[in-house]
Design a protein around this ligand. Structure first.
Ligand code: PLP
Length: 403
């Protein structure tokens, strides 16, 4: 279907929840995608931090093909090997002892929220259920997770919200201490706030939060839906921050593009979920788990994680140099291949200009560009993006000066 026609049909048949870029993507290979007209784009969005191995990675494709032919789905009424193997792999490579599988980031966070409530209820009785989250956070779009999300624009119009959440300023310890009550059951945060504008947690803050939580048996939840599975250069961002959570959620990159989410926890917490306490029909089905296993194996072979770390540093350095040269760039933040660039101009304009020049980039909020490419992004591709950005900033500055 021609792109114009597709756009018109999309407007007619799809609920208008998204403002899409005006291209129809039909194919992907490695770090690149191709639109209907055959134009090539270097993908610095990666399906929103999902396509860790880029597009069409042979190991992932083969794993999905084989599993699809063998068994796609059978429900959690029975055992399936890919699910158990994936759980074991996650446990072997993280702080956690047990895993619950679901299908998205929001669902993983729902599971975490329910686990907190159940754990606290069983141990301390009713009434101790409050979860403190961060302003500018993002935890999903279901009722509980949009309530956990500390952004008014995500919550507006959906009131009444779920009871039991309060919000504090990210990286502000005194405010958090002040917000603690004898009802506090958990503190939930992203090691890097992705959707909220790419803000990295401070190590001292995180260390202090961990201590507070341990002293009072408050559970610490890390939402690593975006930062997990190598995005920041280590398998999980918390490894670089030297602080372990009690619960961690994963989704985006976990299946390399096949939908899957996971909630991981230490044993004493995980044990709060017994038979019938939580469930998901699709959660951890063989197809999704086979995909995730394939992604995990590629990550563990080392080269991809090394590449992510090196390219993350290279991109970060390049963006900082770009900031030094262009007054339109206010700030550069991030870790590994989750980088944000705050600009003086409308970030959407930069996104549109990049698209015209063959680069997919993403904006979070009005002034922040977010770069979340596949972990296999290459140095020449980063160099070309930096040139394109530089060109866009030069032109925009010239235009502004002419007015
Ligand atoms: C994307 C995201 C979510 C929500 O994930 P969905 O799969 O869209 O439900 C939750 N938390 C964080 C940190 C995210 O980046």
């Amino acid at each position: 279907m021609p792109t114009e026609e597709l756009k018109a049909s999309a407007d007619q048949y799809l609920m208008g929840t998204y403002a899409r870029q005006p291209i129809s993507i039909v194919r992907g290979r490695g770090t690149k995608v191709y639109d209907l007209e055959g134009r090539e784009y270097v993908d610095f969005v990666g399906g929103i931090a999902v396509n860790l191995l880029g597009h069409g990675h042979p190991d992932l494709v083969l794993a999905v093909q084989k599993q699809a032919a063998q068994l796609i789905h059978t429900s959690n009424l029975y055992y399936t090997e890919p699910q158990v193997r994936l759980a074991q792999m996650l446990v072997d490579h993280s702080f956690a002892d047990q895993v619950f599988f679901c299908n998205s980031g929001a669902e993983a966070n729902e599971a975490a929220i329910k686990l907190v409530r159940r754990y606290s209820h069983d141990k301390y009785g009713a009434g101790r259920f409050e979860i403190i989250t961060m302003k500018q956070s993002f935890h999903g779009r279901t009722m509980a997770t949009l309530t956990a999300t500390g952004q008014e624009k995500v919550q507006k119009g959906y009131e009444p919200l779920v009871p039991g959440f309060s919000y504090v300023t990210f990286n502000h310890l005194a405010e958090l201490q002040h917000a603690l009550t004898d009802k506090t059951a958990a503190i939930m945060l992203e090691p890097i706030q992705g959707e909220g504008g790419v803000h990295v947690v401070s190590r001292e803050y995180l260390k202090a939060v961990r201590e507070l939580c341990t002293q009072r048996d408050i559970l610490l939840i890390f939402d690593e839906v975006q930062t997990g599975m190598g995005r920041t250069g280590t398998l999980f961002a918390y490894e670089q921050l030297n602080v372990q959570p009690d619960i961690m959620t994963l989704a985006k990159g976990l299946g390399g593009g096949v939908p899957i989410g996971a909630c991981l926890a230490k044993a004493p917490v995980a044990k709060a979920f017994g038979p019938g306490s939580h469930a998901s029909t699709f959660g951890g089905n063989p197809l999704a788990c086979a995909a995730a296993l394939a992604v995990f194996r590629v990550l563990l072979d080392g080269r991809v994680l090394d590449q992510a770390r090196r390219m993350g540093e290279y991109l970060s350095k390049g963006l900082s140099e770009c900031k030094d040269r262009h007054h339109l760039v206010r700030d550069v933040r991030g870790l590994g291949l989750l980088q944000g660039m705050e600009v003086e101009m409308d970030a959407k304009t930069v996104v549109a200009d990049c698209l015209k020049r063959g680069f997919l980039v993403n904006a979070v909020g009005e002034h922040v560009l977010r770069l979340i490419p596949p972990l296999i992004i290459t140095q020449p591709e980063v160099d070309r993006l930096l040139e394109v950005l530089s060109h866009i900033f030069d032109r925009h500055a010239a235009q502004a000066a002419a007015h």
